[in-house]
Ligand binder design. Structure first.
Ligand SMILES: Cc1cc2nc3c(=O)[nH]c(=O)nc-3n(C[C@H](O)[C@H](O)[C@H](O)COP(=O)(O)O)c2cc1C
Length: 125
């Protein structure tokens, strides 16, 4: 379950381009990737399809929290942070398979459960 503010849910439908998913390794070293194969669930959690994760997968499986940064068409930035689940079976995985383009492998669904949200420096939740 996520605590995603309405402002983020509205902004999500106006987002432009790939989002940026950042995780950290066990030494605290950050790793950021671009992702386009994404979806917001009804509860505001954000799913990123693991098509080509390497370091990102290692970090998630080692227990990393994550942040997701995206920008809207009118140039407003939103960042959410929280725990990440790595899901390889069940309804969320099956749903990911339904929207992830068939040309990509869709190894797993990485689900960021939103605990904090920001727009720039402004804390939204
Ligand atoms: C524009 C763009 C979109 C991408 N979208 C995805 C995606 O949705 N899922 C994915 O697994 N990799 C995606 N990639 C690849 C990742 O950004 C990254 O290269 C991959 O996760 C390996 O990096 P890592 O070892 O840091 O995890 C995308 C790359 C680019 C340039």
């Amino acid at each position: 379950m996520s605590t995603t503010p309405n402002a983020v849910i509205s902004a999500w439908s106006e987002r432009k381009g790939p989002l940026i998913l950042t995780t950290v390794d066990t030494n605290g070293t950050p790793n950021s990737i671009y992702a386009t194969c994404t979806k917001m669930l009804d509860d505001g959690s954000i799913v990123v399809a693991d098509n080509y994760f390497k370091k990102t997968q290692e970090n998630i499986l080692a227990g990393s929290k994550g942040s997701i940064l995206f920008i809207t068409n009118d140039g407003k930035a939103y960042q959410v942070k929280g725990k990440i689940e790595y899901i390889k079976e069940g309804p969320i995985f099956d749903d990911m398979k339904s929207w992830n383009p068939a040309k990509h492998p869709g190894h797993a669904a990485a689900v960021l459960r939103v605990e904090e949200a920001y727009s720039g420096a402004e804390k939204l939740s």
